[in-house]
Ligand binder design. Structure first.
Ligand code: F6P
Length: 510
């Protein structure tokens, strides 16, 4: 007899947090805010940013409550905040506090565009873009990390607190917090890969970054390879004691647990939206608007980033139509994209490259009423994106290197009809879990084109068998389980270290 495993839910996480967190204040810190307020023609409206981080953490904060501290980058932000630069969110159904901090243009340039995205981002991704290490960017990065630390310390005051920091923008934060208040429990999730020590050592400030990140009690990565890379980088560079069996690093009297925690999505919520009548209506509207009637649709949804392998994907689509001309006018690829970090040269060059390839492939293969690739380079509302997922017989995730890539999991969660093929790069963390995808090296153009053929011709039964299994994986390993596992690790340290009491139990059943 097989017993179904309990699935983590928002309520299960809420109970865990209530039971274990007690009067501890939960503070999430990230660069990007979950709700951005825009001022347009005298009216304030809001939107949610496109990245995976905010989409993943927002449901947790809605379940757990607490405060989320982030950089306020929206034109309407200052109009909505109240005392302490705080506003309750989500705007339509407030359940937690968003506290914003302001940066000058110069700070944002140096810290966000400069050190975070022109140095650390290319350093951590093997995508052959050279990192730019500029001292003035590093100074701004340090300064902004200090500004975040002041905000967190002010928010926490004398209360017991768990501070959960997100990503590579805030590598120095936890150490700054511990210096001022060693009782704060600190955890950080690094949403991008960690490279091997040979790559990381080119960073002129590698020791400072490692020391900063080791201010965490718990440090999470998506997959074991990134955790191992981190531990090896520490072992090579710092005078630290490394316990590889237990994945612990002891440095200057502090201990950091380093572990993989594969991030995920809110499976039930995505499925609920996907089933909605609004999405079904949108499917009809898009079919009409884009001329998709009778065509097999392939889909890509990405931030326009050089790590996502968009040119590689377009080249494979071109090769597919060249090798298999019988599919012209029968298959169409829809690429939805959100422009990203456009102040950075590498992103501008990528946008041009994508436009050139699009022009080249479409002009080569298009016929009177059909073109191979439809490009939608605008921020599409979530109903449209969901409708596209449901219309797509196959979805392509061709990252050259990616921590996880939640686009893959979102596609799987949206397909309640159990249809659809995922073409997935082995260089995305998601490939370790979604093994029923067609795993394709984005650099191998011919093989990629053949896998597009495979996706287009795969019998329904096979598609369903693969999709069913991928859905079971994502349903079980959802975002609530991810959060529960991370929080439990942090709270265990809490109990063992500074507070008395039993260790918290990890169970979704109660
Ligand atoms: O994937 C890494 C990441 O930083 C995510 O955490 C985030 O959602 C995404 O990139 C978008 O980044 P940005 O906030 O720079 O738009």
């Amino acid at each position: 007899m097989t017993t179904a495993r309990a699935v983590w839910t928002s309520q299960g996480l809420q109970q865990l947090v209530k039971r274990e967190l007690g009067d501890c204040h939960l503070v999430v810190v990230s660069n990007r805010q979950p709700y951005i307020y825009k001022l347009l023609d005298g009216q304030v409206s809001y939107e949610m940013p496109a990245g995976g981080l905010t989409n993943a953490i927002d449901p947790l904060m809605q379940s757990c409550g607490g405060t989320w501290i982030a950089h306020g980058g929206g034109t309407g932000d200052r109009l909505v905040v109240e005392s302490g630069n705080k506003v309750m969110v989500p705007p339509h159904d407030p359940s937690y506090t968003l506290r914003l901090l302001w940066l000058t243009e110069e700070e944002e340039q140096g810290y966000y565009y400069g050190f975070s995205n022109n140095a650390l981002w290319p350093l951590c991704h093997n995508a052959y873009t050279e990192p730019q290490f500029r001292s003035r960017d590093w100074q701004a990065y340090r300064r902004v990390n200090e500004l975040f630390a002041q905000q967190v310390l002010d928010e926490v005051g004398n209360r017991p607190a768990v501070v959960f920091t997100q990503d590579y923008h805030l590598a120095l934060l936890s150490n700054l917090l511990k210096d001022s208040n060693p009782d704060i429990i600190t955890g950080q999730f690094w949403h991008i890969p960690w490279p091997n020590p040979d790559i990381f050592r080119i960073c002129p400030w590698q020791d400072e970054i490692l020391e900063g990140v080791l201010g965490n009690d718990v440090l999470g990565f998506h997959i074991g390879e990134h955790s191992n890379n981190f531990v090896e980088t520490v072992a090579r560079s710092l005078d630290a004691r490394v316990d590889r069996d237990y994945s612990l690093v002891n440095f200057r009297g502090g201990t950091t647990l380093v572990r993989p925690f594969p991030i995920s999505v809110d499976f039930d919520e995505i499925e609920r939206e996907s089933r909605s009548a609004a999405v079904t209506r949108e499917m009809d509207a898009l079919t009409e608007e884009l001329g998709l009637e009778g065509l097999i649709v392939g889909l890509g949804i990405d931030r326009i980033d050089y790590t996502k392998g968009i040119p590689h994907r377009f080249r494979a689509i071109g090769r597919f139509f060249q090798k298999y001309p019988q599919y012209r006018e029968k298959v169409v690829f829809v690429q939805a994209g959100v422009m990203s970090r456009t102040d950075i040269d590498a992103y501008q060059r990528l946008a041009e490259q994508v436009d050139d390839l699009l022009e080249e492939i479409n002009s080569r293969f298009a016929t009177a009423g059909w073109k191979p690739i439809i490009y939608l380079p605008t921020d599409l509302p979530s109903t449209k994106l969901m409708a596209l997922r449901r219309l797509a017989q196959f979805c392509v995730v061709s990252s050259l290197h990616d921590g996880m890539n939640l686009v893959a999991k979102e596609y799987v969660a949206s397909r309640f009809d159990e249809d659809g093929v995922l073409i997935l790069s082995p260089f995305a963390g998601a490939a370790l879990e979604l093994t029923q995808a067609l795993i394709v090296n984005p650099y191998a153009t011919d093989d990629f084109a053949d896998n597009i053929l495979h996706a287009v011709t795969m019998p329904l039964e096979d598609r369903q068998m693969r999709m069913r299994r991928m859905r079971a994986t994502v349903r079980e390993n959802n975002i609530y389980k991810w959060a529960a596992q991370l929080l439990v690790q942090m709270l265990q340290l809490n109990r063992r270290g500074r507070f008395s009491g039993a260790e918290p139990a990890l169970s979704s059943a109660d």
